[in-house]
Design a protein around this ligand. Structure first.
Ligand code: CA
Ligand code: CA
Length: 400
């Protein structure tokens, strides 16, 4: 019996407990129960267990999930502006929901503020970056993309895309503005209550083109130790290529361009996905027109695609949601794997790298077309839970 079988057996017990415990969901700011249900689609399959599907009152657009002391909490943001919080308690009284304040959002949930310690960074829809702390607000920049997402950089810093231009009017992510620079914010003094000062640098992209995304991927992929930014850079001549750049603007490496204008690459992230755990950058080439997964290796200033696999799509034209894949170790062998939607976005594939390429080891059917990000959380016992919202107004929880 391999480790997956053992894990599945363990999960069956947990899933049975989950089903019998019941399941109640409350609407935001509303004492009424919107939906009550139990897990309905338990499908034991090789590699995963589909723990439950539950209904929400409208189309789920965004899901935040976190591990808690007692289980998992997921906050589901709906297209009508409300949100639903689901607590998944794996012991004690079972699975219950908790009411939360009704959330009429005035900006996209994809721009949720970033909290680092006691500082909250947020982007206004005119491109202002502000930090709020102890009730006082400080404007750090007014040059951001209006839909930039702020990303952590190191322990106390942040990075976000800036200096919008309409020079590359592809317009696949909500507007036709793309970034020509990134803004790096670092805490330079004042770790106590009295004074806190940030250094703000607007770092121009040192190569031709625009960064066609709403946030950079941040990961340590090259020496020296410390984060690099991995961004999709698009030009009229070449379409999109993957570029690795340091936070001070030095371009380390660039992958091959597609060769055609308005042909995009969606950079999913970085993982130790290589057959021996080597670090790889993972992207999907042309997700709108027949997408292929690309695994990149960085060797000095050489960034090359060492394997690609067709049949996947991680983005819909017009959508700002780029968080549609999960890179982590699902199979328990210590090597990262990739979970992402197939081309019609009605199912997910779990892809592992092999010596001579890759293999899809599990297929997870969805009850409708994916409409949310793929939220995920790893609980202290090592289980991975993935949440997927779909157009039929449900959220499915997969347990690995
Ligand atoms: Ca580095
Ligand atoms: Ca693995």
């Amino acid at each position: 019996m391999n480790s997956i079988h053992l894990r599945t057996l363990h999960r069956v017990i947990l899933t049975a407990a989950f089903l019998f415990s019941g399941f109640t969901i409350f609407a935001s700011g509303n004492p009424e129960v919107v939906t009550t249900g139990t897990g309905t689609t338990v499908q034991k399959q090789e590699g995963y267990t589909s723990a439950a599907t539950f209904s929400v009152a409208d189309t789920p657009e965004w899901i935040d999930a976190e591990a808690t002391e007692r289980g998992i909490t997921a906050t589901v943001y709906l297209a009508d502006g409300r949100r639903v919080v689901v607590d998944h308690h794996r012991d004690g009284a079972g699975v219950v929901g908790e009411p939360v304040v009704q959330n009429h959002r005035n900006i996209d949930t994809l721009q949720a503020p970033l909290v680092i310690g006691d500082a909250t960074f947020s982007v206004g829809n005119t491109g202002t970056l502000t930090v709020t702390r102890n009730g006082s607000e400080q404007i750090l920049s007014d040059r951001l993309l209006p839909d930039a997402r702020v990303h952590p950089l190191g322990q106390t810093g942040v990075v976000a895309l800036s200096d919008p231009t309409d020079s590359y009017p592809h317009g696949i992510m909500g507007d036709a503005l793309e970034a020509r620079s990134f803004t790096v914010v670092r805490l330079v003094s004042g770790t106590d209550d009295t004074a806190r000062r940030y250094a703000v640098d607007h770092v121009p992209l040192a190569v031709e083109g625009v960064m066609e995304t709403v946030e950079p991927v941040v990961a340590d992929v090259a020496p020296p130790p410390g984060p690099e930014l991995i961004v999709p850079v698009s030009t009229d001549r070449g379409g999109t290529r993957v570029v690795v750049v340091t936070p001070d603007g030095t371009v380390i490496a660039a992958g091959p361009p597609i060769g055609t204008r308005f042909r995009w690459r969606h950079i999913l992230g970085v993982g130790t996905t290589g057959p021996d755990g080597e670090v790889e950058i993972i992207a999907v080439r042309t997700p709108h027109i027949g997408g292929s997964i690309e695994y990149y290796r960085l060797d000095g200033d050489n960034l090359r695609v060492i394997h690609s696999r067709p049949g996947y799509s991680t983005h819909r034209i017009g959508d700002r949601n780029l968080s549609t894949a999960v890179i982590t170790d699902f199979t328990g062998d210590g090597i990262d794997d990739l979970l992402l939607p197939h081309q019609p976005q009605r199912s997910l594939g779990l892809v592992v790298r092999t010596r001579d390429g890759s293999q899809e080891v599990a297929r997870l059917d969805l009850p409708g077309v994916l409409t949310s990000n793929l939220a995920w959380v790893r609980t202290p016992d090592g289980a991975v839970f993935v949440f997927a919202g779909t157009a039929d107004g449900t959220v499915t929880i997969f347990e690995f």
